[in-house]
Ligand binder design. Structure first.
Ligand code: PEP
Ligand code: MG
Length: 578
């Protein structure tokens, strides 16, 4: 019998293929009696030695690149690895029962971690996770198992996972990954954003897909409507094969019809549509979709999935490539936004209880001026290759912006001293994505060259709804009047200071909000490339004079569900007429 699961469709399209469960415990732990106990113990010690080498290297590297605080996690792992009680218990059971060491280790860690997990204090739970992490490394060595990766899939498959981190998604095999289905995650999580960027159909927040699917099971994934069908019946398969063809034809038609559109309303107001990009592979597609520049380059993706930080030179080439490709259109390079749900390898186990409220984005950069300065130098050097703007993420107030700009000025002086050319007119802007930044928008506007509203985080922080949590995804509501008021307040502050205000959160790519955002006075919209044709089609069907009146009407409303209903009604009306 087929099983139909509903989740949140975050990247449109239909995928049909065999399931590839990812990240489920794949290590098969054997249990057998050993003949030579001494040799078995030596095998265990050898595995521990190898892992000790790995962890020591990670510890040193992290200490060098990110400092003591982050390196401590590996110091803790090293202590656990050499925990004498664990070693003694394995040795004593090996001597008395003669069982293989991977079985003994797995059983012992299972027992200990259950015990630790049952204690209320979160520090014990963290310790349980650390213990499992370390023992997993040792087990992998003992079993000669490679860690599972999505980098190269053997056959075209639908990737099914309990959860996928942005770094795992960033290196996914773009040819063979047909679709992505996860139990966890929300619509504006970075995993969802990447799936859209790569145009891989995806459904998240499925809750139980990992539990229902076996390797190789046939799966139909509908990213447009947010459903996954496991072991579909023949007639279901046929229906979706036909729908897949129709949907591809529709998308193609939209792209072709869009060829001559210039993002202008019926009464001649330009609302430029720009691309958000994460990785250089997206440049070509953004150009094909005729993106009018890059409104957000999430540069942190250059830092993920690697053993060390990218050099200034590497960064310079990456930024210059984008600047040159889009010249003379503008390219907005956002400085490093790691933390939250994006960790570079060495910070992966960052012991923060609440990383979204933790050490991320500009906070990280201000404490690591060495990393920040290298990035700013690379960005400024790239500015001679096109029309570059620089933007700081997660600005929460004036002091932070001033500190960031002071470092920026230092870097300019340094380049000058060394006679390295850069564009002296590079604009420096603030992302408005923290509620305190909205409250201070008038002050921030006086010291910023532009604003870009990061609605993904603004919604998360204003409504207190974790953007990556599927359980409360229904509460993550861009149509909430509080959000619309904050957008308007930011726009007004920008207008008073005569600076432009863009939106680069996912809301900018949702055609339901296009007319409203234009009416609220937003100057440009930056979005996943895949969304550009549909948003541009909306701009082409609205009048700015009407949009402004409509926005006024919406701003007077108090209920999020009423706003959403009105937006839907209006959207249908506009598109049925067209
Ligand atoms: C946002 O928060 O809206 C944004 C564009 O930044 P990110 O999604 O990378 O946090
Ligand atoms: Mg953000």
């Amino acid at each position: 019998m087929e099983i139909v699961l509903r989740g949140i469709g975050v990247s449109p399209g239909i995928a049909i293929g065999p399931a590839l469960p990812f990240g489920v415990r794949t290590l098969d732990i054997p249990r057998y009696l050993v003949e030579n106990k001494e040799a078995e113990w030596a095998r265990f010690e050898q595995a521990v030695t190898t892992v000790r080498g790995e962890l020591t290297r990670l510890h040193e590297q992290t200490m060098q690149e990110l400092g003591q605080y982050h390196a401590d996690i590996f110091a803790a792992h090293l202590l656990l690895l050499d925990d004498i009680t664990i070693h003694e218990e394995i040795k004593s059971r090996l001597d008395s029962e003669g069982l293989n060491v991977e079985f003994l280790l797995d059983e012992l860690v299972g027992r200990y971690s259950n015990l630790l997990e049952s204690v209320e204090d979160p520090r014990f739970r963290e310790r349980a996770r650390d213990l499992v992490d370390v023992s997993q490394r040792v087990l992998e060595r003992l079993l000669n198992a490679e860690a599972q990766t999505l980098e190269r899939l053997e056959t075209p498959s639908v990737v099914v996972a309990h959860d996928l981190s942005p770094s795992e998604t960033a290196k996914i095999d773009l040819v063979n990954a047909l679709g992505i289905a996860t139990d966890m995650s929300g619509p504006t999580s970075h995993t969802a954003i990447l799936a859209r960027a790569f145009e891989i159909p995806a459904v998240v927040g499925l809750k139980y897909v990992g539990a229902h699917v076996m390797p190789g099971d046939m799966v139909v994934l509908d990213g447009t409507h947010g459903q996954v069908i496991i072991r579909p019946e023949e007639k279901t398969l046929e229906r979706f094969r036909a729908e897949k063809k129709r949907e591809e034809a529709r998308r193609q038609a939209l792209l072709l019809a869009d060829e001559n559109l210039v993002s202008t309303t019926l009464d001649g107001h330009a609302v430029p549509t720009l691309a958000n990009i994460e990785l250089p592979v997206e440049i070509a597609h953004s150009l094909k979709t005729k993106a009018m520049g890059v409104g957000l380059y999430r540069t942190e993706y250059l830092f993920l999935n690697r053993g060390s930080l990218p050099t200034e030179e590497e960064q310079f080439h990456a930024y210059a490539e984008v600047a040159e490709a889009f010249n003379p259109s503008s390219v907005t390079l956002r400085t490093l936004d790691i933390g939250g749900d994006k960790f570079v390898a060495h910070v992966r186990s960052l012991p923060e209880t609440n990383p979204q409220l933790g050490w991320r984005a500009i906070r990280f950069c201000l404490e690591r001026p060495d990393i920040f300065k290298a990035q700013l130098r690379a960005m400024l050097r790239a500015s001679t290759f096109g029309n570059v703007q620089i933007m700081f993420p997660l600005i929460s107030g004036v002091d932070e912006l001033r500190q960031a700009k002071a470092i920026f000025r230092d870097v300019c002086l340094d380049l000058d001293r060394r006679s390295i050319p850069f564009d002296r007119n590079v604009k420096v802007g603030s992302m408005i994505e923290v509620p305190s930044a909205v409250a201070m928008a008038d002050m921030l506007a006086k010291e910023s060259d532009f604003f870009s509203l990061g609605t993904n985080d603004l919604i998360q922080y204003s409504l207190a709804v974790d953007r990556g949590n599927e359980r409360i995804a229904h509460m993550y509501e861009p149509a909430h009047p509080a959000i619309l008021r904050m957008i308007r307040q930011t726009v007004l502050a920008a207008k008073a200071a005569k600076i432009p205000c863009a939106v680069c959160g996912e809301m900018a790519g949702d055609p339901l909000f296009t007319e409203l955002l234009a009416g609220l006075g937003v100057d440009s919209l930056s979005m996943s490339t895949v969304a550009i044709p549909a948003v541009r089609a909306q701009i082409a069907t609205c009048r700015m004079s009407v949009a402004r009146r409509f926005a006024k009407r919406v701003l007077a409303m108090g209920s999020a569900s009423d706003v959403r209903a009105l937006l839907l009604e209006r959207f249908r009306g506009r598109n049925e007429q067209a």
